[in-house]
Design a protein around this ligand. Sequence first.
Ligand SMILES: [Zn+2]
Ligand SMILES: [Zn+2]
Length: 314
Amino acid sequence: MKLWGAIVAVIFVLLGSLFWWGVLDASAPARADGVIDLASYRALVTSDAPETLPTDVRIEFVGESEAPAFAAEAGAFGPQRTFAYASFQVVAPDGGLIIDGAVDAATLTEMADGAGRFDQAAYDRVLAAMETTPRVMITHEHLDHVMAIARHPRPEAIAPHLALTSPQLASLPQHAPDGVLAPAIADAAPLDLSEPRRIAPGIVAAAMPGHSLGTILIFVRASTREYLFIGDIAWVMSSIENLRGRPRLVGLVVPGVDPDRPAVLRQLRALHDLAAANPELVIVPAHDKPYLTGLIGEGALNQGFAAPAPAPAP
Ligand SMILES: [Zn+2]
Ligand SMILES: [Zn+2]
């Protein structure tokens, strides 16, 4: 009987260790110096004239679904979290920038097992804005950020506006209709982010691989405040506040999520420290619906894309 007792104890210890490894262990390191160099991003746009800077940041909520809290932030076992699938519009005198292409209806149905909520009118506004906005970027190449690009009904109308890195472009065909990317988009010149780079007045992009190979940060110095679009480095802001990333289980179940998990955990530490040192900086995660709604409430974001400026008279 003693032997059986020992075996049962060992099994419990092994199961406990597995649970800790797969579900609970996701602590950010104590330090991540230099991982996100905000000063260098600011330096790239510090001499941009105030009248050229972005004036507004807007959001379209294209869809939403629920996700278990512990999947978004290891060790959080509270109520389900609401994930938004959104696109952002940086309004600027030169026409600005669209960030992320959200999901289309079919993708959301697949991802949320039919339980998602989709706003076709919002998606249509995102599609239209991409045709009239001079720059279209994505925070990364995952399926819930690219559909208005990979499946755009008029690819040749948006192709000249795309500013996507090589890893981002390389992943688009798998999301295109029948797996074939429109030639106009496939031929788009890649954006080189081997160094942080000024994209337009007040706008800087920097490669930040970890959550995916093509994850980037987009820093926006608008006329009234600064923004940092972080894509999916954190799915929920509490992940940054509590210094807890996604559990390993998520990366095992959802292929392609956090291929460099230690890098993501370092980035969470860096974002945590950045937020503490720059309380006015508006950190924008892609999916945290309650937090994004809060940003709208405090005036940091405005809901609904602005209509494009009328074309100049001939
Ligand atoms: Zn992602
Ligand atoms: Zn995402």
